[in-house]
Design a protein around this ligand. Structure first.
Ligand SMILES: O=C(O)CCC(=O)C(=O)O
Length: 263
């Protein structure tokens, strides 16, 4: 299917081959400030994290994580429902329509730890691999701040191990990507409003935030319209089914009130 958004056929091809692609300037500079303010304010209001970094486990050190902000804040909803984000997602997946899985803010604090290598699809109880995450920094970032990092081509083999994001996933996947000699790909820097898109099976991670600034990133996960719920294969998939698909059961088309069509 030909792209109808600002992405090119080449970028579509890159996603299929590498499992990730960087799109520059998806949100123009003049639009960033107001969206950023809305998201930063919402995270400050909604984050319940009280512990010092040292008192947290690896996952807790990686970021402040607030999910489905669109249901809690109308200003953030305007960001999440930007049709052009969803159209890029649909074009990259080669589908006509995409639905929302969920959004999430991932704010890596100054001094925050690395995000261990992992595969997102481990968490997702859907029968499609046409799922993609948009990851957008709201401030200019460089490698020192915790750049998102991909093992290019690692999506092609599908699931590698049944392991949640943890010290164990870091060990398992870093050994796997080294042994298989995947090219490790990350941008040297990203400007606020640039975005990466990665597929659900693409093995990825992010570095620690060695700077004294917050790495503010917002993510939106999309899936191809028509996908069906599957039997949860883990407690994590059960938790996702309950949280993101209220009232739905395995076998049904994923389409709860939390999963509107986005483009
Ligand atoms: O922001 C991060 O540190 C990791 C992001 C990530 O794993 C994701 O968006 O799937």
């Amino acid at each position: 299917m030909q792209p109808t958004s600002q992405i090119s056929n080449r970028q579509q091809g890159d996603l299929i081959r590498d499992g990730h692609v960087l799109v520059h300037g998806l949100l123009p500079a003049e639009e960033i400030a107001s969206h950023r303010k809305a998201i930063v304010d919402a995270v400050a209001r909604l984050s319940a994290e009280q512990r010092e970094l040292e008192a947290r486990d690896t996952y807790g050190k990686a970021f402040l994580q607030i999910t489905n902000l669109w249901t809690k804040d109308d200003a953030v909803k305007r960001f999440v429902f930007e049709k052009k984000f969803a159209q890029v997602a649909a074009d990259l997946l080669g589908v006509e329509k995409v639905r929302l899985y969920h959004d999430q803010a991932l704010f890596k604090e100054p001094g925050g730890g690395h995000t261990p290598w992992h595969q997102d699809m481990y968490y997702w109880p859907l029968d499609t691999d046409k799922m993609v995450t948009m990851w957008m920094p709201l401030v200019d970032i460089d490698d020192e701040m915790g750049m998102i990092t991909f093992a290019s081509g690692s999506h092609i083999a599908g699931p590698v191990d049944n392991v949640e994001i943890s010290d164990e996933s870091e060990e398992v996947f870093s050994r796997y990507v080294t042994d298989r000699r995947f090219a490790i790909s990350k941008a040297e820097s990203m400007t606020a409003g640039d975005a990466t898109f990665h597929l659900g099976w693409t093995i990825h991670s992010a570095g620690a935030n060695k700077s004294d600034k917050m790495r503010e990133a917002m993510t939106i996960i999309y899936f191809a319209d028509g996908a069906r719920m599957t039997e949860p294969k883990s407690v994590h998939q059960q938790a996702d089914l309950d949280a993101w698909f209220p009232g739905q059961k395995p076998g049904e088309i994923a389409s709860s009130e939390l999963n509107p069509v986005m483009n």
